[in-house]
Design a protein around this ligand. Structure first.
Ligand code: SF4
Length: 89
């Protein structure tokens, strides 16, 4: 089974408030903006030269927190009852 197929089995209950915050003043200085390529859910985008993140669809893998070399990502698990629920196929 491919990763995309496994992810499609998951259920996500999205909280209105994002559990991911960006310090965009640091993002501006980032030479790689690696979060855009590293996020397996493709939630990071560059819009008018500003890094944006859409928390809906987050797999809660923590990759963005780890790869951000400038510490611009503040990340917490979503509030209880929200977020991803992994299911096995
Ligand atoms: Fe993407 Fe994982 Fe970060 Fe969620 S925790 S935004 S899926 S890299």
């Amino acid at each position: 089974m491919k990763v995309e197929d496994k992810v499609a089995l998951c259920a996500i209950k999205q909280h209105a408030e994002s559990h991911i915050q960006l310090d965009t003043s640091l993002c501006e200085k980032c030479p790689t903006k690696i979060c855009i390529r590293a996020c397996p859910a493709h939630l990071y985008t560059l819009e008018q030269n500003e890094v944006k993140v859409d928390h809906s669809g987050c797999l809660e893998c923590g990759t963005c927190l780890v790869v951000c070399i400038l510490g611009a990502v503040s990340w917490n698990y979503p509030q209880g009852g929200f977020g991803i629920r992994y299911r096995h196929g």
